[in-house]
Write a protein that binds this ligand. Structure first.
Ligand code: TXA
Ligand code: MG
Length: 328
């Protein structure tokens, strides 16, 4: 299959380009598109055969459910069986935006979307291209990140092309995905609600709206997540990656051992001799830059990637989570 990369304006997507992509979706095909978090690989969520193509193209295990994307909060009622006051308040605060709510699924949602489970993850993305595409497709889109299973998530069309070329018909290139890491996933089918994946909306922000939730413990690096798709090794570059509390020393040691080393550092002063990328010191900017930096170093086919351990506070939790999963 030939893969077309179609440039599209991120703020005012050209209607003819959206129409071309939507036509592929309506015919049961796949479209990669930008969201405010990472690039997604979409199919009509209510069409089981179309959704099966996502699993095929990604090499995704069938036990990993897919998030359903809507273009209007009210349309959540077409995919969930039970809306709740908490869902109402959270959607009012955070949609459109990077928060996925897990709720009992509507009968119209095919089992393949939810991996046979009783719940469905739903979110309204805050990206004009994503919203226009969902509207033109005429129904909600099931969309995981647009990468082969277990690989790094894509934050640019180029990352999607590298991972999925020949496997999908079209990539809408709307420039870099601004957020840089995947949405927060919150399970509202349990009491209290449970954080399944930390993301750009923090636990503190959620708790300010709905009260206490069951959080992931950052202190426990072995913390096993209850979501079937949250495999321990995920979001990983091909090059072995390690987190280090003393990156300077670790990089030097590896270099002395003759290794070719990439270093993602928060350190302002010291040079290493390895391939160094200096990362922003604030979590929002760090998140926006993270996957692009990992993709860049991974391209260099080095022996090892060393990443400075991020600060151990709540604002860095989502970043720490992704780095921990990327580490070998
Ligand atoms: O930001 C994002 O969420 C991106 C963009 C494209 O929207 N999507 C994304 O999808 O990251 P994916 O498939 O790579 O990750 C979705 C995660 C998976 O780990 C999956 O297990 C979990 O959400 N998930 C989806 N539906 C679920 C459900 N019903 N119950 C529990 N976990 C669910
Ligand atoms: Mg993914």
């Amino acid at each position: 299959m030939e893969t077309t990369v179609l440039q599209i304006d991120a703020l005012q997507p050209e209607a003819d380009r959206i129409a071309r992509a939507a036509e592929i979706l309506r015919a049961g095909g796949l479209v990669a598109f930008p969201t405010e978090t990472v690039y997604g690989l979409g199919a009509l969520a209510l069409n089981a055969e179309a959704v099966s193509k996502i699993f095929e193209a990604k090499g995704r295990p069938p036990n990993n459910p897919i998030i359903v994307h809507i273009d209007d909060p009210e349309k959540a009622l077409n995919v969930v069986a039970a809306w709740s006051p908490a869902a109402q308040r959270l959607s009012e605060h955070f949609w459109p935006g990077p928060l996925t709510l897990v709720l009992p699924k509507h009968a119209a949602v095919p089992a393949i979307v939810t991996a046979g489970g009783p719940t469905v993850g739903v979110r309204m993305p805050a990206h004009p291209v994503a919203l226009a595409l969902i509207a033109a497709a005429g129904g909600p889109l099931a969309a995981p990140s647009a990468n082969r299973s277990t690989e790094l998530s894509p934050t640019r069309a180029e990352h999607v092309r590298k991972s999925m070329e020949g496997l999908i018909p079209i990539i809408l290139d709307g420039g870099p995905a601004p957020g840089g890491i995947e949405s927060t996933v919150l399970d509202l089918s349990t009491n209290p609600p449970r954080l399944l994946r930390p993301g750009l909306v923090s636990a503190e922000e959620i708790e300010a709206i709905v009260g206490p939730i069951q959080r992931m413990s950052q202190a426990d690096p072995q913390c096993v997540l209850p979501s079937p798709g949250l495999l321990p090794r995920h979001y990983a570059p091909r090059t072995p990656l390690e987190l280090s509390a003393n990156g300077v020393a670790r990089v030097r040691e590896l270099l002395e051992g003759g290794k070719r080393v990439g270093w993602l550092t928060l350190n302002k002063s010291e040079a290493s001799g390895g391939e160094t990328i200096r990362m922003p010191a604030t979590p929002r900017e760090y998140a926006a830059a993270l996957y692009a930096a990992l993709h860049q170093l991974d391209e260099r086919r080095l022996d090892r990637l060393v990443v400075d351990l991020p600060p151990q506070d709540a604002a860095w939790l989502a970043i720490y989570d992704r780095l921990r999963r990327a580490a070998t």
